[in-house]
Design a protein around this ligand. Structure first.
Ligand code: GLA
Length: 360
Protein backbone atom coordinates (compact mmCIF):
# COMPACT_ATOMS: atom_id res chain seq x y z
CA UNK A 1 0.00 0.00 0.00
CA UNK A 2 1.54 3.30 -1.13
CA UNK A 3 0.33 6.85 -1.00
CA UNK A 4 1.51 9.51 -3.46
CA UNK A 5 0.61 13.20 -3.21
CA UNK A 6 -0.93 15.75 -5.53
CA UNK A 7 1.09 18.95 -5.96
CA UNK A 8 0.96 22.66 -6.36
CA UNK A 9 3.66 24.33 -8.40
CA UNK A 10 5.10 27.32 -6.56
CA UNK A 11 6.49 28.79 -9.79
CA UNK A 12 7.77 27.62 -13.18
CA UNK A 13 4.76 26.97 -15.38
CA UNK A 14 4.94 25.39 -18.86
CA UNK A 15 8.71 25.31 -18.54
CA UNK A 16 9.11 21.57 -17.97
CA UNK A 17 8.57 20.54 -21.60
CA UNK A 18 11.08 23.23 -22.60
CA UNK A 19 13.87 21.47 -20.67
CA UNK A 20 13.55 24.23 -18.06
CA UNK A 21 12.96 24.64 -14.34
CA UNK A 22 9.91 24.18 -12.10
CA UNK A 23 9.45 24.37 -8.34
CA UNK A 24 6.56 22.18 -7.13
CA UNK A 25 5.69 20.99 -3.64
CA UNK A 26 3.71 17.91 -2.67
CA UNK A 27 0.44 18.62 -0.87
CA UNK A 28 -1.22 16.61 1.86
CA UNK A 29 -3.96 15.38 -0.48
CA UNK A 30 -3.00 12.20 -2.30
CA UNK A 31 -3.94 8.85 -3.76
CA UNK A 32 -3.49 5.52 -1.97
CA UNK A 33 -2.93 2.40 -4.07
CA UNK A 34 -3.41 -1.01 -2.44
CA UNK A 35 -2.11 -3.83 -4.61
CA UNK A 36 -2.39 -7.60 -4.07
CA UNK A 37 -1.11 -10.49 -6.19
CA UNK A 38 -3.92 -12.88 -7.21
CA UNK A 39 -3.73 -16.32 -8.77
CA UNK A 40 -5.81 -15.12 -11.73
CA UNK A 41 -4.68 -13.89 -15.15
CA UNK A 42 -6.31 -10.49 -14.96
CA UNK A 43 -5.63 -7.01 -13.67
CA UNK A 44 -8.64 -5.75 -11.75
CA UNK A 45 -8.73 -2.09 -10.73
CA UNK A 46 -11.34 -0.47 -8.52
CA UNK A 47 -11.51 3.06 -7.20
CA UNK A 48 -13.45 4.35 -4.23
CA UNK A 49 -14.27 7.41 -6.31
CA UNK A 50 -15.64 5.27 -9.19
CA UNK A 51 -17.25 2.50 -7.22
CA UNK A 52 -19.56 1.41 -10.06
CA UNK A 53 -16.88 1.40 -12.75
CA UNK A 54 -14.24 -1.33 -12.15
CA UNK A 55 -11.69 -2.01 -14.89
CA UNK A 56 -10.74 -5.62 -15.67
CA UNK A 57 -8.15 -6.52 -18.34
CA UNK A 58 -6.18 -9.69 -19.11
CA UNK A 59 -2.50 -9.44 -18.09
CA UNK A 60 -1.61 -10.60 -21.59
CA UNK A 61 -3.51 -7.74 -23.28
CA UNK A 62 -2.91 -4.44 -21.54
CA UNK A 63 -3.31 -2.20 -24.60
CA UNK A 64 -6.15 0.06 -25.63
CA UNK A 65 -7.91 0.95 -22.37
CA UNK A 66 -9.54 4.39 -22.48
CA UNK A 67 -11.19 6.62 -19.89
CA UNK A 68 -10.03 6.68 -16.27
CA UNK A 69 -8.77 3.08 -16.49
CA UNK A 70 -6.06 4.20 -18.92
CA UNK A 71 -4.09 5.66 -16.00
CA UNK A 72 -3.75 2.54 -13.81
CA UNK A 73 -3.57 0.09 -16.71
CA UNK A 74 -1.04 2.38 -18.41
CA UNK A 75 1.26 2.01 -15.39
CA UNK A 76 1.14 -1.78 -15.63
CA UNK A 77 1.66 -1.54 -19.39
CA UNK A 78 4.80 0.54 -18.77
CA UNK A 79 6.15 -2.13 -16.38
CA UNK A 80 5.42 -4.82 -18.99
CA UNK A 81 7.20 -2.69 -21.64
CA UNK A 82 10.29 -2.79 -19.38
CA UNK A 83 10.14 -6.56 -19.51
CA UNK A 84 8.41 -7.16 -16.17
CA UNK A 85 6.34 -10.38 -16.16
CA UNK A 86 3.20 -9.32 -14.31
CA UNK A 87 1.09 -11.70 -12.24
CA UNK A 88 -2.66 -11.23 -11.81
CA UNK A 89 -3.21 -8.17 -9.63
CA UNK A 90 -6.01 -6.67 -7.61
CA UNK A 91 -5.59 -2.86 -7.41
CA UNK A 92 -7.62 -0.58 -5.16
CA UNK A 93 -7.35 3.18 -5.44
CA UNK A 94 -8.60 5.88 -3.14
CA UNK A 95 -7.85 9.56 -3.74
CA UNK A 96 -8.70 12.85 -2.09
CA UNK A 97 -7.02 15.02 -4.73
CA UNK A 98 -9.79 16.94 -6.52
CA UNK A 99 -9.83 15.93 -10.20
CA UNK A 100 -9.52 18.48 -13.00
CA UNK A 101 -8.32 21.18 -10.58
CA UNK A 102 -4.71 21.36 -11.78
CA UNK A 103 -3.42 19.59 -8.65
CA UNK A 104 -2.11 16.50 -10.50
CA UNK A 105 -4.61 13.93 -9.36
CA UNK A 106 -3.45 11.75 -12.26
CA UNK A 107 0.23 11.85 -11.21
CA UNK A 108 -0.79 10.99 -7.64
CA UNK A 109 -2.67 7.94 -8.93
CA UNK A 110 -0.05 6.60 -11.32
CA UNK A 111 2.86 7.27 -8.97
CA UNK A 112 1.17 5.60 -5.98
CA UNK A 113 0.47 2.55 -8.12
CA UNK A 114 3.96 2.44 -9.66
CA UNK A 115 5.62 2.69 -6.23
CA UNK A 116 3.34 -0.04 -4.82
CA UNK A 117 3.94 -2.46 -7.70
CA UNK A 118 7.69 -1.80 -7.61
CA UNK A 119 7.77 -2.70 -3.93
CA UNK A 120 5.30 -5.61 -4.03
CA UNK A 121 7.07 -7.36 -6.90
CA UNK A 122 10.54 -6.52 -5.56
CA UNK A 123 11.55 -4.86 -8.83
CA UNK A 124 14.08 -2.51 -7.27
CA UNK A 125 13.47 0.41 -9.64
CA UNK A 126 14.87 3.72 -8.35
CA UNK A 127 12.70 6.81 -7.91
CA UNK A 128 14.13 8.39 -11.09
CA UNK A 129 13.28 5.13 -12.93
CA UNK A 130 9.71 5.44 -11.66
CA UNK A 131 9.58 9.06 -12.85
CA UNK A 132 10.51 7.88 -16.35
CA UNK A 133 8.03 5.01 -16.19
CA UNK A 134 5.08 7.13 -15.04
CA UNK A 135 5.90 9.92 -17.48
CA UNK A 136 5.84 7.29 -20.21
CA UNK A 137 2.44 6.08 -18.94
CA UNK A 138 0.93 9.51 -19.32
CA UNK A 139 2.57 10.40 -22.65
CA UNK A 140 2.63 7.08 -24.50
CA UNK A 141 -0.38 5.24 -23.09
CA UNK A 142 -2.87 7.88 -21.92
CA UNK A 143 -1.76 10.23 -24.72
CA UNK A 144 -1.35 13.42 -22.66
CA UNK A 145 1.79 15.27 -23.86
CA UNK A 146 2.76 16.46 -20.37
CA UNK A 147 6.22 17.47 -19.26
CA UNK A 148 7.29 15.42 -16.23
CA UNK A 149 7.12 17.93 -13.38
CA UNK A 150 4.02 16.29 -11.86
CA UNK A 151 5.54 12.81 -11.71
CA UNK A 152 8.77 14.21 -10.25
CA UNK A 153 6.77 16.03 -7.57
CA UNK A 154 4.72 12.93 -6.67
CA UNK A 155 7.81 10.73 -6.41
CA UNK A 156 10.67 12.98 -5.23
CA UNK A 157 9.24 15.77 -3.02
CA UNK A 158 10.24 16.04 0.65
CA UNK A 159 8.28 17.50 3.56
CA UNK A 160 8.95 21.19 4.27
CA UNK A 161 10.70 21.60 0.92
CA UNK A 162 9.91 22.56 -2.62
CA UNK A 163 11.59 20.54 -5.36
CA UNK A 164 13.79 22.32 -7.89
CA UNK A 165 13.12 20.29 -11.04
CA UNK A 166 15.77 20.62 -13.73
CA UNK A 167 13.97 19.10 -16.65
CA UNK A 168 17.01 18.79 -18.87
CA UNK A 169 18.81 16.63 -16.33
CA UNK A 170 15.49 15.16 -15.08
CA UNK A 171 16.81 15.79 -11.58
CA UNK A 172 15.06 17.13 -8.51
CA UNK A 173 16.79 19.03 -5.68
CA UNK A 174 14.92 19.81 -2.44
CA UNK A 175 15.00 23.49 -1.42
CA UNK A 176 13.87 24.50 2.09
CA UNK A 177 10.36 25.96 2.20
CA UNK A 178 9.53 26.57 5.82
CA UNK A 179 6.23 28.44 5.82
CA UNK A 180 5.97 28.29 9.62
CA UNK A 181 9.34 29.96 10.20
CA UNK A 182 8.38 32.69 7.73
CA UNK A 183 5.03 33.19 9.48
CA UNK A 184 3.09 32.44 6.31
CA UNK A 185 0.44 30.08 4.97
CA UNK A 186 0.12 28.83 1.41
CA UNK A 187 -3.52 29.18 0.47
CA UNK A 188 -4.96 27.26 -2.49
CA UNK A 189 -8.11 28.60 -4.12
CA UNK A 190 -9.86 26.14 -6.42
CA UNK A 191 -11.68 28.31 -8.95
CA UNK A 192 -13.69 25.28 -10.17
CA UNK A 193 -13.25 26.71 -13.67
CA UNK A 194 -12.05 24.35 -16.36
CA UNK A 195 -12.09 25.20 -20.07
CA UNK A 196 -13.36 22.27 -22.07
CA UNK A 197 -10.65 22.70 -24.74
CA UNK A 198 -7.81 22.91 -22.22
CA UNK A 199 -6.08 19.76 -23.51
CA UNK A 200 -5.92 21.14 -27.06
CA UNK A 201 -4.60 24.46 -25.76
CA UNK A 202 -1.84 22.67 -23.80
CA UNK A 203 -0.71 20.80 -26.92
CA UNK A 204 -0.89 24.07 -28.88
CA UNK A 205 1.43 25.87 -26.41
CA UNK A 206 3.85 22.98 -26.49
CA UNK A 207 3.87 22.97 -30.30
CA UNK A 208 4.48 26.75 -30.38
CA UNK A 209 7.51 26.33 -28.10
CA UNK A 210 8.94 23.57 -30.27
CA UNK A 211 8.40 25.66 -33.37
CA UNK A 212 10.12 28.67 -31.79
CA UNK A 213 13.07 26.56 -30.60
CA UNK A 214 13.43 25.22 -34.16
CA UNK A 215 13.37 28.74 -35.65
CA UNK A 216 15.95 29.91 -33.12
CA UNK A 217 18.17 26.91 -33.75
CA UNK A 218 18.25 25.71 -30.13
CA UNK A 219 17.42 22.28 -28.72
CA UNK A 220 14.82 23.78 -26.36
CA UNK A 221 13.78 27.22 -25.08
CA UNK A 222 15.86 26.52 -21.97
CA UNK A 223 18.82 27.43 -24.15
CA UNK A 224 17.67 31.05 -24.59
CA UNK A 225 19.01 33.11 -21.68
CA UNK A 226 17.52 36.35 -20.38
CA UNK A 227 20.47 38.19 -21.91
CA UNK A 228 19.74 36.65 -25.32
CA UNK A 229 16.00 37.21 -25.09
CA UNK A 230 15.64 40.48 -27.00
CA UNK A 231 17.84 39.29 -29.85
CA UNK A 232 15.90 36.00 -29.97
CA UNK A 233 12.55 37.79 -30.04
CA UNK A 234 13.78 39.92 -32.93
CA UNK A 235 14.33 36.76 -34.96
CA UNK A 236 10.79 35.40 -34.54
CA UNK A 237 8.20 36.05 -37.23
CA UNK A 238 5.07 36.82 -35.22
CA UNK A 239 3.89 38.38 -32.03
CA UNK A 240 2.21 35.28 -30.62
CA UNK A 241 5.41 33.23 -30.85
CA UNK A 242 7.37 36.13 -29.35
CA UNK A 243 5.05 36.27 -26.35
CA UNK A 244 5.14 32.50 -25.82
CA UNK A 245 8.96 32.55 -25.83
CA UNK A 246 9.10 35.57 -23.52
CA UNK A 247 6.95 33.73 -20.98
CA UNK A 248 9.09 30.60 -20.97
CA UNK A 249 12.45 32.39 -20.82
CA UNK A 250 11.42 34.86 -18.10
CA UNK A 251 9.64 32.11 -16.14
CA UNK A 252 12.79 29.98 -16.03
CA UNK A 253 14.65 33.01 -14.66
CA UNK A 254 11.93 33.61 -12.06
CA UNK A 255 12.26 30.01 -10.82
CA UNK A 256 15.99 30.44 -10.29
CA UNK A 257 15.48 33.82 -8.56
CA UNK A 258 12.87 32.23 -6.28
CA UNK A 259 15.32 29.45 -5.37
CA UNK A 260 18.00 32.03 -4.51
CA UNK A 261 15.61 33.85 -2.18
CA UNK A 262 14.49 30.62 -0.52
CA UNK A 263 18.07 29.49 0.02
CA UNK A 264 18.80 32.87 1.61
CA UNK A 265 15.86 32.32 3.98
CA UNK A 266 13.85 35.12 2.33
CA UNK A 267 10.57 33.31 1.70
CA UNK A 268 8.56 36.46 2.38
CA UNK A 269 10.27 38.22 -0.53
CA UNK A 270 9.15 35.85 -3.30
CA UNK A 271 5.74 37.55 -3.67
CA UNK A 272 6.73 39.87 -6.55
CA UNK A 273 8.09 36.86 -8.50
CA UNK A 274 4.77 35.04 -8.07
CA UNK A 275 2.94 38.13 -9.28
CA UNK A 276 5.22 38.53 -12.29
CA UNK A 277 4.64 34.87 -13.16
CA UNK A 278 0.88 35.41 -13.02
CA UNK A 279 1.11 38.46 -15.32
CA UNK A 280 3.27 36.50 -17.75
CA UNK A 281 0.82 33.57 -17.83
CA UNK A 282 -2.07 35.96 -18.31
CA UNK A 283 -0.62 38.30 -20.94
CA UNK A 284 2.12 36.37 -22.76
CA UNK A 285 1.20 32.69 -22.46
CA UNK A 286 -2.55 33.36 -22.31
CA UNK A 287 -3.39 30.39 -20.12
CA UNK A 288 -5.32 31.99 -17.27
CA UNK A 289 -9.11 32.47 -17.17
CA UNK A 290 -11.42 35.22 -15.87
CA UNK A 291 -12.05 33.21 -12.67
CA UNK A 292 -8.27 32.90 -12.13
CA UNK A 293 -7.51 36.58 -12.70
CA UNK A 294 -10.42 37.65 -10.47
CA UNK A 295 -9.22 35.38 -7.64
CA UNK A 296 -5.64 36.68 -7.90
CA UNK A 297 -6.78 40.31 -7.79
CA UNK A 298 -9.02 39.68 -4.80
CA UNK A 299 -6.23 37.85 -2.93
CA UNK A 300 -3.72 40.64 -3.51
CA UNK A 301 -6.36 43.21 -2.52
CA UNK A 302 -6.83 41.30 0.75
CA UNK A 303 -3.14 41.52 1.62
CA UNK A 304 -1.56 38.41 0.04
CA UNK A 305 2.24 38.74 -0.44
CA UNK A 306 1.90 37.20 -3.89
CA UNK A 307 -0.57 35.12 -5.89
CA UNK A 308 -0.59 33.18 -9.14
CA UNK A 309 -2.34 30.41 -11.00
CA UNK A 310 -0.69 27.01 -10.52
CA UNK A 311 -0.64 24.06 -12.93
CA UNK A 312 -1.52 23.63 -16.58
CA UNK A 313 -4.05 26.44 -16.60
CA UNK A 314 -7.25 27.55 -18.34
CA UNK A 315 -8.84 27.45 -14.89
CA UNK A 316 -7.89 25.24 -11.97
CA UNK A 317 -6.25 26.58 -8.83
CA UNK A 318 -4.62 29.79 -7.64
CA UNK A 319 -2.05 29.88 -4.83
CA UNK A 320 -1.35 32.79 -2.51
CA UNK A 321 1.15 33.48 0.26
CA UNK A 322 -0.77 34.94 3.17
CA UNK A 323 -0.20 35.58 6.87
CA UNK A 324 -1.97 32.98 9.09
CA UNK A 325 -4.48 35.53 10.36
CA UNK A 326 -5.19 36.62 6.78
CA UNK A 327 -6.57 33.30 5.49
CA UNK A 328 -10.23 34.05 6.26
CA UNK A 329 -9.97 37.60 4.96
CA UNK A 330 -8.37 36.41 1.71
CA UNK A 331 -10.97 33.65 1.23
CA UNK A 332 -13.86 36.02 1.90
CA UNK A 333 -12.44 38.53 -0.56
CA UNK A 334 -12.41 35.87 -3.30
CA UNK A 335 -16.01 34.85 -2.56
CA UNK A 336 -17.16 38.48 -2.63
CA UNK A 337 -15.42 39.10 -5.94
CA UNK A 338 -16.91 35.88 -7.35
CA UNK A 339 -20.44 36.88 -6.33
CA UNK A 340 -19.96 40.26 -7.97
CA UNK A 341 -18.68 38.67 -11.17
CA UNK A 342 -21.49 36.07 -11.21
CA UNK A 343 -19.10 33.08 -10.77
CA UNK A 344 -20.00 29.99 -8.72
CA UNK A 345 -18.29 30.00 -5.29
CA UNK A 346 -14.62 28.91 -5.15
CA UNK A 347 -13.23 26.63 -2.45
CA UNK A 348 -10.08 27.32 -0.47
CA UNK A 349 -7.71 25.39 1.78
CA UNK A 350 -4.15 25.75 3.04
CA UNK A 351 -1.43 23.26 2.10
CA UNK A 352 1.79 22.08 3.75
CA UNK A 353 4.81 20.89 1.78
CA UNK A 354 4.54 17.10 2.13
CA UNK A 355 6.61 14.11 1.11
CA UNK A 356 6.52 12.18 -2.16
CA UNK A 357 5.29 8.58 -2.55
CA UNK A 358 5.69 6.54 0.64
CA UNK A 359 4.36 3.29 2.12
CA UNK A 360 0.90 3.94 3.61
C1 GLA B 1 0.56 20.20 -16.39
C2 GLA B 1 1.57 19.21 -16.93
C3 GLA B 1 2.98 19.54 -16.43
C4 GLA B 1 3.32 21.01 -16.69
C5 GLA B 1 2.20 21.92 -16.19
C6 GLA B 1 2.43 23.36 -16.53
O1 GLA B 1 0.45 20.06 -15.00
O2 GLA B 1 1.23 17.90 -16.52
O3 GLA B 1 3.90 18.68 -17.06
O4 GLA B 1 3.59 21.23 -18.04
O5 GLA B 1 0.95 21.53 -16.71
O6 GLA B 1 3.53 23.87 -15.86
Amino acid sequence: MYRAPGRVNLIGEHTDYNDGFALPLAIQQGCTATVRVTDGVEIRVTSTQRADDPVVVPVAELGGVEGWGAYPVGVLWAFAERGVQLPGLDVRLDSDVPGGAGLSSSAALICALAAAVNDLLGLGLSRPDLVTLTHRTENDYVGAPTGGMDQMAALLCEADHVLLCDMRAWSGTPVPFDLGAAGLELLVVDTHARHHHADGEYADRRAACEKAAGLLGVAALRDVSLDDLDAALGRLPDDVLRRRVRHVVTEDARVLSTVELLRAGRLRDIGPLLNASQASMRDDYEITAPEVDTAVEALLGAGAHGARMTGGGFGGCVIALVPPNGVTRATNAVQRAYRKAGFAPASAFTVHPSSGAHPA
